[in-house]
Design a protein around this ligand. Structure first.
Ligand code: NAD
Ligand code: GLY
Length: 363
């Protein structure tokens, strides 16, 4: 087992990474301070892993809540089901909420933990690659609004993150690939050696080589923990973690939440960011193509959906949380492996990127 730390002073917490951790005696139990807990999971994950997690909690009185599955359920209505359960079972402030599942479960449960009785203990047990490398770490929680992705939420850090890399073997292939998009993102943000490592190992990662997957989770979490520790509430550098997300969130919303997976939308969004960076002359066309090629090898979409027009993109991107003073801020690439936050992008260049379609990065 590898243990990392998210260094946030009194809110610091460990990330445990390794195979078979769900059933490791005492590991989760040590982070449940009271006598009660509610495990929130969903209809897909429950039959696979709920019993194992429940058993690992020993003497804790555990309730369980099985939510419906899917990005389209990341809503205020689903959030209410958690409050209903907590109140029906008379959970007090000393309770612990445990999110067992992917990013959707983690984000909703985290927001319930942040708001139930003004905040209760929270643990993340991420079971998708995407949630192990990104959403379970850093304390962003929340739900979608019909007008914008993740628009309602809170920063609320978990007490620990337990990432059992063994559970990645049961992930559907499309979900594994969506997680690889966020892994590749770390290489593009500020870790060129990791990007190059991924170029060497992407085929084995897609084939679910267990030690390599664990290493990819470890490096991603090291990078994420470092950036979050530097800027917990996204006053600056944390926005770099949104590489590909300004375009990606617009795709997710335009297509209907869940039609494109989050990681898929981020993949196409990162190709659009690479394309725009090349048009600005910051990276070379061949570097942009190199970024796109790695995403292609990971089996990810690199062309935005034809049905989303330039006008759709511009309208939806105006709802992004990075908009400041009405100006869209983009995360772009100053060089390969060095992302920057940039507003005031030339509208004509942006339009060229939005219109490029399957010719993205052919500059
Ligand atoms: P998800 O939670 O929908 O999980 C993907 C699918 O895999 C679901 O059908 C789920 O039931 C299933 N599943 C989960 N674990 C499984 C397993 N081990 N075996 C088989 N099936 C399994 O999606 P996701 O990709 O994990 O997360 C995407 C969400 O995360 C989006 O809503 C996105 O906005 C959010 N996100 C949040 C942050 C953050 O910082 N909070 C960061 C990135 C993404
Ligand atoms: N996924 C973006 C962040 O955690 O900041």
């Amino acid at each position: 087992m590898i243990t990392l730390e998210v260094s946030l002073g009194e809110r610091a917490y460990p990330i445990y990474i390794g195979q078979g951790l769900l059933s490791r005696p005492g590991l989760l139990r040590a982070h449940v301070p009271g006598q009660r807990a509610l495990i929130v999971t969903n209809e897909v994950v429950a039959p696979l892993y709920l019993q194992t997690v429940q058993q690992s909690l020993g003497d804790v009185r555990v309730d369980t809540l099985i939510l419906p599955d899917g990005e389209h359920t990341k809503t205020l209505d689903t959030l209410s089901l958690i409050y209903d359960k907590l109140l029906q079972e008379r959970h007090e402030r000393s309770t612990t909420l445990i999110a067992l599942g992917g990013g959707v479960t983690g984000d909703i449960t985290g927001f319930a933990a942040a708001s139930y009785q003004r905040g209760v203990n929270f643990i993340q047990v991420p079971t998708t690659l995407l949630s192990q490398v990104d959403s379970s770490v850093g304390g962003k929680t929340g739900v979608n609004h019909p007008l914008g992705k993740n628009m309602i939420g809170a920063f609320y850090q978990p007490r620990c993150v337990l990432a059992d890399t063994g559970v990645l073997q049961s992930l559907p292939e499309r979900e594994l690939k969506a997680g690889l998009a966020e892994v590749i993102k770390y290489g593009l943000i500020d870790n060129l050696p990791f990007f190059e490592w991924l170029e060497s190992h992407i085929d084995a990662l897609v084939a679910r080589d267990q030690p390599l997957l664990a290493e990819a989770v470890r490096i991603s979490c090291v990078d994420k923990a470092r950036i979050v520790a530097a800027d917990e509430r996204e006053g600056g550098v944390r926005a770099l973690l949104n590489l590909g997300h300004t375009f990606g969130h617009a795709i997710e919303n335009a297509m209907g939440y869940g039609t494109w997976l989050h990681g898929e939308a981020v993949a196409a969004g990162m190709v659009m960011a690479a394309d725009l960076s090349a048009r600005l002359g910051w990276i070379t066309p061949s570097e942009a193509k190199r970024a796109k090629a790695l995403l292609v090898r990971a089996g990810l979409p690199v062309v935005p959906p034809a049905g989303v027009s330039v006008e759709d993109f511009l309208r939806l991107m105006a709802f992004d949380k990075k908009v400041q003073g009405g100006k869209i801020r983009f995360i772009l690439m100053r060089s390969l492996g060095k992302a920057v936050i940039e507003s005031g992008i030339d509208a004509a260049l942006l339009e060229q990127t939005l219109e490029a379609g399957e010719h993205l990065c052919e500059i």
